[in-house]
Every structure is written in C-alpha cells, then in structure tokens.
Design a protein around this ligand. Structure first.
Ligand code: NAD
Ligand code: ZN
Length: 342
C-alpha cells in the first residue's frame, strides 16, 4: 500500500492506494459509521462493510440531484445522526459526490471518508475536494469544496467493474500523464496490456501517479481559478460529444477530445507530430476511441452555443509536449477545422 497526504485549505486528506475495504474499520473515528452506497455496490460488497448503518441510493447520473440528497438527509434524521456521526461513501463518483455533499451540509457538516470502487473515482472524483450534484440539467451545479479525511482505493474492487467503466478510468489516467508527467506516459506505453488486465501492481502505480498529478494541480489552485483548468484537457470537445450523443461514456468522449486538443496543439506549432501520433497510439492501445462518426457540426454548434456570451474565443488546454499542458484562447473556427479533419 502507498499513502499520500493531500493538503487542502482547511484539512488534510489521506489517500490510501492499495488498501482494502476489509480494513476500513481501522480508519474510522467512530464505532458505527453511516455508509452511503448505491444498490449495485451494496449488492456486491455489503458483506465486506464494517458494522454500520447503510443508506442506499439508486444508480445512474440522473439520480445525482437534490431529491436524492433530501432522501439521504431524511434517512440520516431517521437514524438520529447528530454532529458526531461519521459518513463513509462506498462506491463510484456518484456515491462520492452525494456522500461528500451530504456530509458537508447536514447539520453544517459532518466528518467523512470514501472507499472508491471505480477507477474513475480513484483517479478523479474522490481527489480534489469537489462534491456536487446536478441541478435543472446543469452538471455539478450545486456543490461544496470539502476534502474527505481519507480515500481508500481498493484495487480488488475493480475486478467486478464493467470493462467500459475501466476504460473510462484509464482515459483520465492517460489525461494526467499527457498534462503532467512524461515518465508516466512512458510507463503506460510499456504496461498498457497489464493496465487493461487490471494487474494490481500496474494499476496501483497508475492510480498513485494520477493522484499525485491531480493533487499537485489542485493544491496550486484549490478553488479553480487557473491552474486547475489544465485538468480539463480533452474536456471542451469531450463535453460537446457527451451533450450531442448518448453513444459515448465520459472517458470515451474525452479520449476523442484529447485527440482533438493534441491535433490543435500540432496545428499551432506547439506539439511535435510524433508526440501527437504517440498520444493517439496510446489511447488506441487502451481500447479508447480516437475518432468519431457522429454529427460533428452539431458538436461544434454545442460549443458555440455554450460560449455565446463570451465572444468567439474559448479557454482551451493545449500541449507544448507530452507532460506539459498550457492554457490558451482559441477561436471556435480553429477548433472547427481540426474537428472536421478528424
Ligand atoms: N467531484 C469530482 O471532482 C468529480 C470528478 C470526476 C467525476 N465526478 C463525477 O463522478 C461521476 C462518475 O463516476 P463513476 O464513473 O465512478 O460512475 P458511477 O458512480 O455511476 O459508477 C459507475 C457504475 O459502476 C457501478 N460500480 C461502482 N463500483 C463498482 C464495482 N467495484 N464493481 C461493479 N460495479 C461497480 C456503479 O453502481 C455504477 O452503476 C459523475 O457523476 C461525475 O460528474 C466527480
Ligand atoms: Zn473527466
């Protein structure tokens, strides 16, 4: 097991990579925590939970809203949870978002921790202190900045994860390598087959390195003013894909978005064509999509609509090399050209 301390503005979050769900009890400050989980994770892993009260939420992005939050508040009241209660979210990014938001707001805030059961939650959702829910169709519109006391990343739990969900995590891992760590990119090049097989040593190292990169960026900019935007590499176009088609999961959409952003970086003379080919090759080795058949015009229109109020320019993350992300303004027209070449 490897551990990492992430210092937030007001607290420290301990990330435990390679720890097991079975050992959760030893990190709890109370005898009987309240566990928030979803129906799927509950069914698979409830037998490994410590002695606790369990609140289950349904699955799917649609339930990440204030109705579900209210349902959890009601259950907490029913359990007579007071300010001494400790919340543990056990699940993927949705459970972590709901559990983190509930814990940050119920009775003005309770102590909490996570056991991340998806690769995406381990490398992204449970690091950085953002906890949010969707509102009126806007993603993560309502939320808090608040760090969990600990995050257990148990590689064993990933075995039951559907393959496409594993790939989504690998996509965010590749993103971290592209924006912040050339050596990690070499490692991924050499070990992508083991990563796809969820070899625990390789996955553990990739999760750890990802957390190091994300937390270093977040520490420089916890409340998202500039530096943190680098984490959006591939996401501008990725979000446009997600908005206009249901065919892609988030990680798949950002894989295509990263190819677009890398291509644009080459076009602007910032990235070597050989590095672009390497990025594309690695994503493709990871079984991630690198092109799309869908209606590209609709996607560019979606970006245009989003940016209407801000004029023609978009804040965009480009690469000056593998491991070196930079923020630049680009025009919708420049983006359009690259997308239609894809
Ligand atoms: N707060 C943040 O900083 C942040 C960052 C990135 C993503 N997110 C959020 O995270 C969410 C996506 O997270 P996700 O991809 O983990 O999705 P998820 O939580 O929906 O999990 C995906 C599916 O896998 C199931 N599952 C979870 N663990 C499993 C396991 N070990 N075995 C089998 N099935 C399992 C879940 O029940 C669910 O059906 C989005 O809502 C996104 O907005 C938040
Ligand atoms: Zn993402």
């Amino acid at each position: 097991m490897r551990t990492l301390d992430i210092k937030g503005v007001t607290s420290v979050s301990k990330i435990l990579v390679g720890e097991r769900l079975e050992n959760l009890a030893s990190y709890l400050p109370v005898q009987r925590p309240v566990v928030i989980t979803d129906t799927m994770v509950g069914e698979l892993y409830e037998n490994k939970f410590p002695e606790c009260d369990i609140i289950k939420i349904p699955i799917g992005e649609k339930i990440k809203n204030l109705d579900t939050v209210e349902h959890v508040y009601e259950k907490l009241l029913g359990l007579e949870a007071d300010r001494s209660a400790f919340i543990v979210g056990i699940g993927g990014g949705i459970v972590c978002d709901i559990a983190g938001y509930v814990a940050s707001t119920y009775m003005r805030g309770l102590r909490f921790g996570f056991v991340s059961s998806t690769l995406l939650a381990q490398v992204d959702a449970s690091v950085g202190g953002k906890n949010g829910v969707n509102f009126h169709g806007y993603k993560n519109m309502i939320g808090t900045f608040n760090q969990p006391e600990f995050v257990i990343c148990d590689m064993g739990l990933l075995r039951t994860l559907p393959k496409r969900e594993v790939l989504c995590g690998l996509s965010e891992i590749a993103k971290h390598a592209f924006i912040g760590d050339a050596a990690m990119c070499d490692y991924l090049d050499r070990h992508f087959e083991k990563a796809l097989r969820l070899d625990e040593e390789v996955t553990g190292r990739l999760v750890y390195d990802s957390v190091v990169i994300k937390s270093a960026i977040v520490n420089k900019d916890e409340r998202e003013k500039g530096e943190r935007k680098k984490l959006n590499f591939g996401h501008t176009f990725g979000h446009a894909i997600e908005k206009t088609t249901d065919a892609f999961l988030h990680g798949e959409a950002i894989s295509v978005g990263m190819v677009v952003a890398a291509q644009l970086s080459v076009k602007k003379g910032m990235l070597l064509p050989a590095d672009f080919r390497r990025i594309k090759g690695l994503l493709s080795s990871l079984d991630l999509p690198i092109t799309l058949e869908a209606d590209k015009k609709k996607m560019v229109d979606a970006i245009r609509k989003d940016k209407k109020r801000m004029g023609d320019d978009i804040d965009f993350v480009l690469l000056e090399g593998i491991g070196k992300a930079v923020l630049r303004k680009i025009s919708v027209r420049e983006l359009e050209e690259v997308v239609f070449d894809l």
